[in-house]
Design a protein around this ligand. Structure first.
Ligand SMILES: Cc1cc2nc3c(=O)[nH]c(=O)nc-3n(C[C@H](O)[C@H](O)[C@H](O)COP(=O)(O)OP(=O)(O)OC[C@H]3O[C@@H](n4cnc5c(N)ncnc54)[C@H](O)[C@@H]3O)c2cc1C
Ligand SMILES: NC(=O)c1ccc[n+]([C@@H]2O[C@H](COP(=O)([O-])OP(=O)(O)OC[C@H]3O[C@@H](n4cnc5c(N)ncnc54)[C@H](O)[C@@H]3O)[C@@H](O)[C@H]2O)c1
Length: 467
């Protein structure tokens, strides 16, 4: 069978690329090795983690804030089996939705492992052992990523686990030890902390979520400490072993002294690496980068082999679903002859703890390093009427604007619904708004978004109204 476009992998990068290519009239196929579409994000990433985050947050509120709202509950308990079942149902509905979209857009899907025979020919090895070969004028590699491992720790997937197992545990851990205080560790750690587990985070750097604006990590650590999580920052993990139901994690403190923690589960969340196993890259003369095993692409996301593109987690840049989606759209449109563009500086990053953390543009640390002259406008949620009404007063919005032009250069927020609110900052920055532009736009009252306006007012002439 001959196609205009063959997409290998059906995660947010692959399925969006396939749909956009089909919308543009290109004859399109998508190959997926798993039995369901949607990749990491829909099956074992974004969607299931958010389902558990929502369920655990409901429980946490019922246990800790309902009383203050005047709601009394007797005999509150967690039915963890039901929580996992609901999460599985959400995943099934979402992945099923992609099958529907593929049919609607007349995309031919193949279930099996795809590999290059040559740059236009892909062999599909199916689960029953049979093989089929298809050809395409263009091939898009969207094979995603897998969890990174530490060479000195054996992940047994029962007691020493990755995020995939953490989404389907048979019970709420008594003591969950997290290696890595990044996005996965803090999201899944907060799920289990809310459900009553003791959660200890061992992080190599001197702050959590270390790649985001430092102010965010500091505030998030304060909030998660209130939730009961404990942090070992600047500590270096040296090993983890399992004996029966007990995991022992050993690590060195900043002075180099040996320490250990014992728990019933240990989640290793130290990043992810590109996944290209068995893809046959060698058959088309492609190699992967030494660090992160990523495929090299040019600014058009084309590899050094003409007509072979790569998108999403398998190439450089943030490992985020929406970044993969944008790249899928870009490549499909390019193949169809259009000239699309992605502004990589304006891809937002979100951590779905509660309060949520969201960020776009330059961090204060980056502006300092580049010598850019900037001003800061900040507004705390404790001064927001909307936040007081919902008892969500932790956090703030921080706006960084150019000292001379007032153009917004970065927005960093931690607070209620920050994940949704960051869209206003992205829109404003995409249109190169100044802090004053945003401060002059009407924001409905009472909403959390007023904090963004107030932070912009603070950045403009230090004239926030409500503080
Ligand atoms: C726990 C967790 C939570 C996350 N939460 C978020 C979030 O809230 N927001 C966010 O933006 N990002 C989140 N991410 C990251 C997000 O999941 C990834 O950035 C995104 O899935 C990358 O998309 P992709 O299309 O590049 O690859 P993937 O989603 O990894 O998809 C790749 C697909 O390719 C298939 N494949 C691989 N090789 C072959 C082959 N040779 N033949 C056929 N098929 C193949 C794989 O089976 C897989 O289905 C999360 C990740 C994890 C692990
Ligand atoms: N909400 C979201 O958008 C979301 C959610 C989950 C995952 N993701 C994506 O998945 C990817 C992987 O997530 P992640 O949390 O595994 O990676 P991450 O890069 O976010 O965090 C890994 C953390 O582990 C630390 N670390 C590394 N080696 C260590 C060691 N030996 N000992 C102790 N700490 C160590 C790092 O300093 C870092 O803080 C991320 O790139 C992220 O973009 C996104």
């Amino acid at each position: 069978m001959q196609y205009d476009v063959i997409v290998i992998g059906s995660g947010p990068g692959g399925y969006v690329a396939a749909i956009r290519a089909a919308q543009l009239g290109l004859k399109t196929a998508c190959i997926e090795k798993y039995s369901t579409f949607g990749g990491t994000c829909l099956n074992v990433g974004c969607i299931p983690s958010k389902a558990l985050l929502d369920s655990s947050e409901h429980y946490h509120n019922a246990a800790h804030t309902f009383k203050t709202h005047g709601i009394n509950l007797d005999n509150l308990s967690v039915d963890f089996g039901q929580m996992i079942k609901r999460k599985n149902e959400v995943v099934a509905q979402t992945t099923g939705g992609i099958s529907f979209l593929f049919k609607k857009n007349r995309i031919t899907s193949y279930q099996g492992h795809g590999s290059f025979v040559d740059k236009n020919t892909i062999k599909i090895k199916k689960t029953d052992g049979s093989e089929e070969t298809i050809t395409g004028k263009n091939v898009i590699i969207a094979t995603g990523s897998k969890p990174s491992a530490l060479p000195f720790i054996k992940i047994d997937k029962k007691r020493i686990i990755t995020s995939t197992e953490a989404l389907t545990l048979p019970e709420v851990p008594k003591h969950l030890i997290l290696i890595g205080g990044g996005v996965i560790g803090l999201e899944l750690g907060s799920v289990y902390a809310r459900l009553g587990a003791k959660v200890s985070v061992i992080e190599f750097m001197d702050g959590i979520i270390p790649t985001m604006d430092k102010a965010l990590g500091k505030e998030l650590q304060k909030v998660l400490t209130k939730l009961g999580m404990e942090f070992y920052l600047g500590h270096k993990v040296t090993g983890a072993t399992v004996k029966g139901k007990e995991v022992t994690v050993t690590f060195d403190n900043p002075k180099g002294e040996k320490q250990e923690l014992k728990g019933d589960y240990c989640l290793v969340a130290v990043g992810r690496v590109a996944y290209t196993d068995g893809l046959g890259l060698e058959n088309i003369g492609l190699t992967v980068e030494e660090r992160g095993r990523k495929i090299t692409v040019d600014e058009h996301l084309e590899t050094s082999v003409k007509g072979v593109y790569a998108i999403g987690d398998v190439i450089r840049g943030a490992m985020l679903a929406h970044k993969a989606e944008d790249e899928g759209t870009l490549v499909a449109e390019q193949i169809a002859g259009q000239k699309p563009h992605i502004n990589y500086n304006l891809i937002p990053g979100v951590v779905y703890t509660w309060p949520e953390v969201a960020s776009v543009g330059y961090t204060e640390e980056q502006l300092k390093e580049s010598g850019t002259k900037y001003k800061i406008g900040s507004f705390p949620f404790k001064a927001s009427g909307r936040a007081r009404a919902s008892m969500d007063t932790d956090g703030f919005v921080k706006v960084l604007a150019d000292t001379e032009t007032d153009e917004i250069l970065g927005v960093h927020m931690i607070g209620p619904r920050a994940a949704d609110m960051i869209a206003e900052a992205v829109t404003a920055m995409e249109y190169r708004a100044s802090a004053e532009d945003v401060s002059r736009m009407s924001h409905a009252h009472p909403t959390y978004t007023e904090a963004m306006r107030e932070a912009c007012l603070a950045a403009t002439e230090n004239r926030a109204i409500h503080i």
